[in-house]
Design a binder for this molecule. Structure first.
Ligand code: F6P
Length: 359
């Protein structure tokens, strides 16, 4: 058996732990492992593949990032190819990829990725490449699994930042708006906001009215609380409005969400007269060492992915159905993206502890 591993889309803490566990589990079975570098670029001549053995994965389980590197601009079905005049056209290179995998003697691919990469994995499987998926994302927006690795680390990083911002906000009687990642899902904002005792949490699933946010801030003011920490998910939307998009995306890339923190801070300052500051946590949430929870989940996913390859569970992905790791069709996980349920107990508890969602 010669199994290849790819990491696609944005990195997430825990990727190296998956790679390590998958390589060690495969080698333990006497298999050969190849790492595909930079998403699928390593199978398309834009990068290469590397053999992975015990020595190559030694001491990487606790490290952030991915030793294979990654990209969110490498969809083989719409691969950006530069033209002579500098412009890009998107070309379907999936047949070439499958052919190259066959020539390298690859019998199966373990594709580690978020919704975008899992969709690519599903399409490659439909074209005949034997694929097993491993869900990854700090956003926690993949359905079919209780959670993904990377999410707990991102929440911990955001919560640490919120803890620190409390003290400086309080010292200056300021409103500090913290913009966190999550794309179209509000999980990081909700979990980190509640764990860090923010005063306002704005998430895409509950459109906000900035006047209501300002009213909540002024109500605290009247209670003698002169500072506020407002956590805003980058994909939060004002009611009746649109999400904020920053600049242009590069060829082959999704639209970049962000900028809403600055917008919210400006509006709050205008309405309340209170001094506001904004901080965008951005890629800090994706970097650094995975938490113990994420390391363990990632390691279990890596081991389970090799078991799935052994059992020939093609087109399936590993998933956490606590307390077990199971496999489910990738297609099933992709059917509906996971979003925060506005009636979830976490939201209800947040409201009862006095947090405003601006609705
Ligand atoms: O999907 C993970 C994520 O970190 C999102 O939360 C964020 O919107 C996006 O990726 C940022 O991607 P990039 O690496 O292109 O800045």
């Amino acid at each position: 058996m010669r199994v290849a591993i790819s990491t696609g889309g944005g990195d997430a803490p825990g990727l190296n732990a998956v790679i390590r566990a998958a390589v060690l589990s495969a080698v333990d079975r006497g298999w050969h492992v190849l790492g595909i570098r930079k998403g699928y670029a390593g199978l398309l001549g834009d990068d290469d593949t590397v053999p992975l053995g015990r020595d190559d994965v030694r001491g990487i389980g606790h490290l952030g990032g991915t030793i294979l590197r990654t990209t969110n601009r490498g969809n083989p079905f719409s691969y950006p190819v530069k033209q002579a005049d500098g412009s890009f056209v998107e070309v379907d290179r999936s047949d070439e990829l499958i052919e190259n995998a066959r020539n390298l003697g690859i019998n199966a691919v373990i594709a580690i990725g978020g919704d975008g990469s899992l969709r690519i994995a599903q399409r490659l499987w439909e074209k005949g490449l034997r694929v097993v998926g491993v869900p990854k994302t700090i956003d926690n927006d993949v359905s079919g699994t209780v959670t993904t690795f990377g999410f707990d680390t991102a929440v911990t990083t955001a919560m640490d930042a919120i803890d620190k911002l409390h003290t400086t906000a309080e010292s200056h009687d300021r409103v500090i708006v913290v913009e966190v990642m999550g794309r179209h899902a509000g999980f990081i904002a909700l979990y980190a906001g509640l764990a860090g005792a923010a005063h306002v949490i704005l998430i895409p699933e509950i459109p906000y009215d900035v006047q209501k946010v300002s009213d909540a801030i002024m109500a605290r003011e009247q209670r003698g609380r002169h500072f506020d920490v407002v956590v805003v998910a980058e994909g939060a939307v004002p009611s009746g409005g649109e999400e904020s998009i920053i600049g242009a995306s590069l060829p082959g890339q999704d639209r970049r969400v962000g900028g809403v923190g600055e917008r919210v801070a400006y509006e709050i300052e205008k309405r309340t007269g209170k001094e506001c500051r904004t901080i965008v946590l951005g890629h800090l949430q994706r970097g650094g060492m995975p938490t113990g929870y994420d390391r363990l989940l990632a390691t279990r996913f890596g081991g389970a992915a090799v078991e799935a390859v052994e059992a020939g569970k093609w087109g399936q992905m590993v998933a956490l159905h606590s307390p077990h790791i199971v496999t489910i069709p990738i297609e099933e996980a992709l059917r509906t993206p996971r979003r925060v349920d506005p009636n979830h107990d976490i939201v209800r508890t947040a409201r009862h502890t006095g947090i405003s969602f601006g609705d």
